[in-house]
Design a protein around this ligand. Structure first.
Ligand code: FAD
Length: 92
């Protein structure tokens, strides 16, 4: 695992924190309306990571809504055009 961000380095000693670089979030996994995990692509292989409490999505102004749409949250007409199962119709 590589850590490029020196600001994060001191916090990496915490027992309740781990960081994964070079990982592309493909989608957020839902159980009903509740986000319960992530599907992450690392070196071409998809992994599912379960989350116990909460998921903070901070992928930037473009990729945050893109990730939500890939996860089934967005305008249902748009999602259906791309064969993405609708979790929540959220046109805004
Ligand atoms: C040209 C320019 C100049 C700016 N100048 C200033 C300034 O002087 N002062 C200031 O306060 N602000 C400035 N800003 C704004 C500032 O950059 C943003 O407000 C800030 O970076 C937002 O931080 P963020 O963490 O929300 O998103 P980002 O910094 O966009 O970080 C998102 C991260 O998520 C990653 N990511 C995206 N999709 C995925 C995915 N599917 N899986 C895994 N990772 C993913 C990206 O690689 C990126 O590292 C500027 C912005 C621009 C474009």
């Amino acid at each position: 695992m590589q850590y490029r961000c020196w600001l994060l380095r001191p916090a990496l000693k915490r027992p309740n924190l781990s960081a994964q670089t070079n990982a592309l979030v493909e989608r957020i996994e839902f159980d009903g309306n509740r986000a319960v995990g992530l599907t992450v692509n690392i070196k071409g292989i998809s992994h599912t990571i379960k989350c116990n409490k909460e998921i903070v999505l901070s992928a930037g102004a473009i990729n945050s809504p893109q990730t939500l749409m890939l996860s089934g949250i967005g305008d249902q007409d748009e999602l259906q055009r791309h064969n993405i199962p609708v979790v929540k119709h959220l046109p805004g």
